[in-house]
Ligand binder design. Structure first.
Ligand code: ATP
Ligand code: MG
Length: 363
């Protein structure tokens, strides 16, 4: 069986460190590993509209931002198909048929959707489109027969929902769909990167992000002025806490041994740094400077590549256009297989027409 990746992002803002460790970085590694037959990366504008219906301009403006972020982290159109969701109408059609295989109560149980509804104050008035976006995600994944979906932990319920839809479809209509597997980050600190404010998830919608395209000064300011550490660690000599301390969470997610030796010499490993902090005598500013260096190692090359790609925006759109055409072809093929399996391919079902002619000739 072919190894196929499908994943993507909502164009609701520029991409941030959470996206990077949760999915983007892995995608680039998988892309360059040569182990996958096909890689589809989708800018999920239709999904973004499910909770931004009154603000299409925001979605429209952010398509190019996400595409620039893709290019600057190293997604390569020669190896990955980059495309725009709404321009592949087959995805909408698949969603419509899959919706018949899912119950309202099953959707209500989805913990990610539940918390997102709360976050958006949708409790009393959930847009139907938003409520059903896990079904549309199942359409996105299955349209490309994806076997692997590299995403952050918040996407686990979406993948489970998708697997259920595939099983249900295949058992009702015959084996037409491929069941995908989730690929979570291997580093546990990256499963769900918290925001700089210490809130459970770095998220565009919460305004607690460090963006991949932030300037070096903006990153420095976010860390020095806004990053949540340990409110009980007032003087350097005070014993400190690691749990819930974002500086350590980010160091767990981003730093390596070589960086420790270069930027914070005198410790054998990060655990020793943590022990020192817990005992007292290690200041937040020193740690924050270390983190700034660590992040700059990662972000400076991304920023530099972005500046280059920003010089030719038509080329970015051209990549999306070509990718969308290619994606469209694949999705159209799957949709026709799905319709054949469901026996709603009336015009090209020779057997149906023949059997019915015979039936009516006899009468
Ligand atoms: P929105 O607030 O508009 O939903 P978002 O910041 O949650 O935006 P998405 O576009 O929904 O971003 O997510 C895209 C991908 O990035 C998904 O695979 C998701 O799991 C991953 N991701 C997003 N935020 C984080 C995070 N803080 N930690 C790890 N992975 C993340
Ligand atoms: Mg999200």
């Amino acid at each position: 069986m072919e190894k196929i990746i499908l994943t993507g992002d909502r164009p609701t803002g520029r991409l941030h460190l959470g996206h990077y460790v949760g999915s983007l970085k892995r995608r680039v590694e998988l892309q360059n590993s040569g182990e996958y037959d096909k890689i589809f990366i989708m800018i999920a504008d239709a999904q973004a509209l499910t909770d931004n219906a009154d603000n299409p301009e925001k979605v429209r403006q952010n398509i190019v931002e996400v595409a620039l972020d893709y290019r600057s982290v190293g997604l390569d159109p020669e190896k990955s198909t980059l495309f725009i969701q709404s321009m592949v109408p087959e995805l909408t059609e698949l969603t419509f048929y899959y919706a018949n295989l899912v119950t309202v109560s099953r959707l209500q149980r989805n913990p990610t959707v539940k918390s997102e509804i709360q976050m958006r104050n949708f409790e009393t008035s959930i847009p139907v489109g938003f409520f059903t976006y896990p079904i549309s995600q199942a359409a996105d994944i299955t349209a490309f027969k994806a076997t692997t979906v590299p995403v952050g932990e918040d996407q686990m319920p979406m993948l489970e929902q998708c697997q259920e839809i595939v099983r249900k479809f295949n058992s009702v209509y015959g084996e037409a769909l491929v069941e995908p597997k989730i690929l979570l980050p291997s580093n546990s600190a990256c499963l769900r990167l918290p925001g700089t404010d210490g809130k459970a998830k770095m998220s565009k919608s919460l305004g607690n992000c460090i963006y991949l395209s932030d300037s070096a000064d903006a990153v420095k300011e976010a860390i020095m002025k806004r990053m949540y550490t340990d409110p009980l660690h007032i003087n350097v000599a005070d014993p400190g806490h690691i749990e819930g301390n974002m500086v350590f969470t980010y160091l767990d997610a981003f730093s390596n041994q070589a960086q420790l030796e270069a930027y914070l010499p005198g410790y054998a490993n990060l655990d020793e740094v943590k022990e020192h902090y817990k005992r007292g005598g290690l200041g937040d500013v020193k740690l924050k400077r270390f983190l700034i260096n660590v992040l700059e190692d990662e972000l400076a090359p991304i920023r530099a590549r972005r500046a280059e790609y920003e010089k030719d925006i038509p080329a970015v759109y051209d990549i999306l256009k070509k990718g969308t055409e290619a994606a469209h072809e694949v999705a159209a093929k799957t949709l026709s297989e799905v319709k054949a399996a469901m026996k709603i391919n009336y015009f090209d079902d020779v057997e149906l027409i023949k059997a019915q002619s015979e039936k009516y000739q006899r009468n």
